[in-house]
Write a protein that binds this ligand. Structure first.
Ligand SMILES: C[S@@+](CC[C@H](N)C(=O)[O-])C[C@H]1O[C@@H](n2cnc3c(N)ncnc32)[C@H](O)[C@@H]1O
Length: 222
């Protein structure tokens, strides 16, 4: 099916609340585990989480890697408010985690270059997917670790509906609709491969890791 783009920012309060209250522990824990598996030596330094939303992954990565400073960036104030509220409940992370508001591609960040750049479920929101890959290149240090996970687009709207019912059948309607819209807006692995080639990121590898998720992982050119 053809891609159907969705709005970039999730900046309505109710939408952000439904997302923040949903249980994404399984994919979010998987993301954290994948990072540890892909980059076992990376336990210190700086990490940037692009499109961090309510910060569940940002905080999981900070908890698992006590030597890392983690900056979460998002354009949505309501999403960041949820992230900051969570951070207030974990004072031990306060010195190492920061949530920053900024809309890609025009953002100014506290660090010039990060040792790791990660992102979950941002790519499919972007009208121009190159915005993500340019941000990865622009904000990652040479040789930086990169882990991007996103949905990939099913073959048909029917397949998208089936995925929504399988994994979010009992979630609130607003969340189910968001999930459906996201599947329809997602890129295919083949499209992601073309995007990487177009900006010289062939060092990153794409793998399909579930019936709805793909990851892009590797290191930036040194
Ligand atoms: C589906 S959420 C994913 C949140 C988080 N990464 C997670 O896995 O739970 C996508 C997030 O990307 C943010 N976003 C979309 N386009 C953006 C842009 N151009 N700049 C910054 N943030 C953006 C949205 O506001 C939203 O919070």
């Amino acid at each position: 099916m053809q891609r159907i783009p969705e709005p970039e920012l999730m900046d309505e309060f109710e939408q952000a609340r439904a997302y923040a209250e949903a249980d994404f522990s399984e994919p979010n824990e998987r993301f954290t585990t994948l990072f540890a598996e892909q980059f076992p030596g990376l336990r210190t330094g700086s990490m940037l989480d692009l499109g961090c939303g309510p910060g569940d992954i940002t905080l999981r990565l900070a908890r698992c890697n006590p030597g890392l400073s983690v900056h979460g960036l998002d354009g949505s104030r309501p999403m960041l408010d949820f992230g900051e509220a969570r951070l207030r409940n974990e004072p031990d992370l306060a010195a190492r985690v920061r949530f920053l508001q900024g809309i890609l591609p025009r953002v100014t960040l506290p660090l010039e270059a990060y040792d790791a750049v990660v992102s979950n479920s941002l790519l499919h929101h972007l009208h121009d997917p190159m915005v993500l890959w340019r941000a990865v290149l622009g904000h990652g240090a040479p040789g930086a670790a990169v882990l991007v996970m996103d949905l990939y687009r099913p073959e048909s709207t029917g397949a998208a509906r089936r995925i929504v019912e399988t994994y979010a059948g009992t979630e609130p309607g607003v969340l189910k609709q968001d999930f459906y819209n996201s599947l329809c807006a997602a890129f295919t692995p083949a499209e992601a491969r073309e995007q990487l080639a177009a900006c010289g990121l062939e060092t990153l590898e794409i793998s399909v890791v579930s019936d709805r998720h793909m990851i892009v992982a590797g290191r930036l050119p040194a």
